[in-house]
Design a protein around this ligand. Structure first.
Ligand code: DC
Length: 220
């Protein structure tokens, strides 16, 4: 029997891929994998365990010891709801720093594959199309200009009552883009056969519709 279909959506930080991917999953009744959340969980756990981000081997050994579970949109680490705690800028930067290690990436492969279940999966991240699900039926590279992304992030934080400075956010995301794109292990890139979706001037609905249309074309 063939494997469940996968839609892989990769892109830089704050490109809106998480929102678009989860809505596409909802529309199709598919499962959803937010792979960035896994790197963020490792970032949070390593901070708690006092493991430095440059220590790839120890971080790789930490991963199988973590008790990770997803319930609806909540994420639990060792029984604690960390859905909010993993979303800070600090944890995002830490996740980007430790994601350069092949030991960490390798330790997370099986967990990511386990999300591939019927009727299908929408997976978002940096290497979904290139490394984790190279046989994805549809590969999308979702992006937007750095300033559009910084502005979106700014609005999200302000809406949550978290104070933020636009210039700092722009600088953080440019730093993260540079590191995610230049690392040796599974760098952020446009995979072979991926369709690029530039969302700077698109609404969420328009982006979701485009991905759904592409998926329909891919399977017919
Ligand atoms: O998508 P995000 O901002 O939640 O991801 C946080 C960091 O995790 C990102 O800066 C790089 C890393 N990451 C990765 O290396 N590979 C993935 N598939 C997903 C995220």
């Amino acid at each position: 029997m063939s494997l469940p279909p996968v839609i892989a959506i990769d892109g830089p930080t704050a490109s809106g891929k998480g929102t678009v991917a989860s809505l596409v999953a909802q529309q199709l009744g598919f499962h959803y994998l937010d792979s960035g959340a896994l790197y963020r969980l490792v970032a949070l756990a390593s901070e708690k365990h006092g493991i430095e981000v440059k220590n790839g081997p120890e971080l790789g050994l930490l991963v199988p010891k973590l008790l990770i579970s997803f319930k609806n949109s909540q994420i639990f680490l060792d029984g604690e709801d960390v859905s909010e705690a993993i979303r800070t800028e600090n944890i995002g930067l830490r996740a980007s720093a430790l994601a350069i290690h092949p030991e960490v990436r390798l330790a997370l492969v099986d967990l990511q594959h386990s999300f591939r279940q019927f009727p299908g999966l929408v997976a978002d991240g940096r290497d979904m199309a290139s490394v984790i699900f190279p046989d994805a039926v549809l590969k999308v590279f979702l992006t937007a200009t750095a300033s559009a992304r910084a502005e979106r992030r700014y609005k999200q934080l302000i809406a949550k009552g978290i104070s933020a400075k636009l210039e700092d956010l722009l600088q953080d995301l440019q730093e993260r883009d540079a590191r995610d794109s230049s690392r040796g292990a599974a760098p952020l890139m446009i995979a072979d056969g991926a369709k690029v979706l530039e969302t700077s001037d698109l609404s969420i609905d328009q982006a979701v519709r485009e991905v759904l249309d592409w998926y329909q074309s891919a399977i017919t």
